[in-house]
Design a protein around this ligand. Structure first.
Ligand SMILES: [Zn+2]
Length: 162
C-alpha cells in the first residue's frame, strides 16, 4: 500500500515536472499537440468534488493509484475538505458541471441526486435519460430511474457525510 502511494506520488510529480519543462521549451502561449496530450494526462487524474453548503466545486484526485480508476466510481478514496467551511466534499464524478452560486435550484438538484446515489460518471454513451438540472424535476426523475446507469452510489445524507 505504502509503495503504491509513493509510486503514484512520484508518478504525478514526474508528470508535473515534465509538463513544466515542456511548457518552458514551447513557451506559455504555444500549446502544441504534445502539450495538450500532457495536459489531458494530468487532468485525467482529477474528479469534481462539491460542497453543498458553500455551493462550490473543485477538481481533486480521488484515488491514490490512478491506474486502477473506474469510470463508474461511486466515491473517493481520498477525503477532501471544503477549503471554505471544512465539511467533507461530495464526490461528484468527472462530468459534474458546477452551477453558478445564484442557481440554488440546480445546486439542490445536484445535492438530491448525489444523496440518492447518482454520480456524474461514465462515458455518457448510454440510453438512460440525462440527469435533471432543476430541483422541480429531481423527485420524479429519481422515482422513475431506479436502475439508471449513473446510479452507482448508495443513499446517504449530506448532513451526515464526514
Ligand atoms: Zn463548504
Amino acid at each position: 500500500m505504502l509503495i503504491k502511494i509513493i509510486y503514484s506520488n512520484v508518478l504525478s510529480y514526474l508528470v508535473k515536472m515534465i509538463y513544466k519543462i515542456h511548457e518552458r521549451i514551447v513557451g506559455r502561449n504555444m500549446r502544441d499537440e504534445r502539450t495538450i496530450k500532457l495536459l489531458c494526462t494530468m487532468t485525467d487524474f482529477l474528479h469534481k468534488f462539491a460542497c453543498f453548503d458553500c455551493l462550490v466545486a473543485f477538481k481533486r484526485q480521488a484515488i491514490e493509484d490512478t491506474s486502477t480508476g473506474s469510470a463508474h466510481q461511486a466515491d473517493s478514496e481520498i477525503i477532501h475538505k471544503c477549503p471554505n467551511c471544512g465539511h467533507r466534499m461530495a464526490f461528484m464524478g468527472r462530468n459534474f458541471a458546477a452551477p453558478s452560486k445564484k442557481d440554488s435550484s440546480s445546486w439542490l438538484a445536484a445535492q438530491k441526486l448525489w444523496e440518492s446515489g447518482f454520480r456524474f460518471v461514465g462515458s455518457g454513451y448510454h440510453s438512460d435519460p440525462a440527469l435533471p438540472r432543476k430541483k422541480s424535476e429531481v423527485e420524479a426523475f429519481i422515482e422513475h430511474n431506479p436502475e439508471h446507469k449513473q446510479k452507482v452510489g448508495s443513499k446517504q445524507l449530506w448532513l451526515n457525510y464526514a
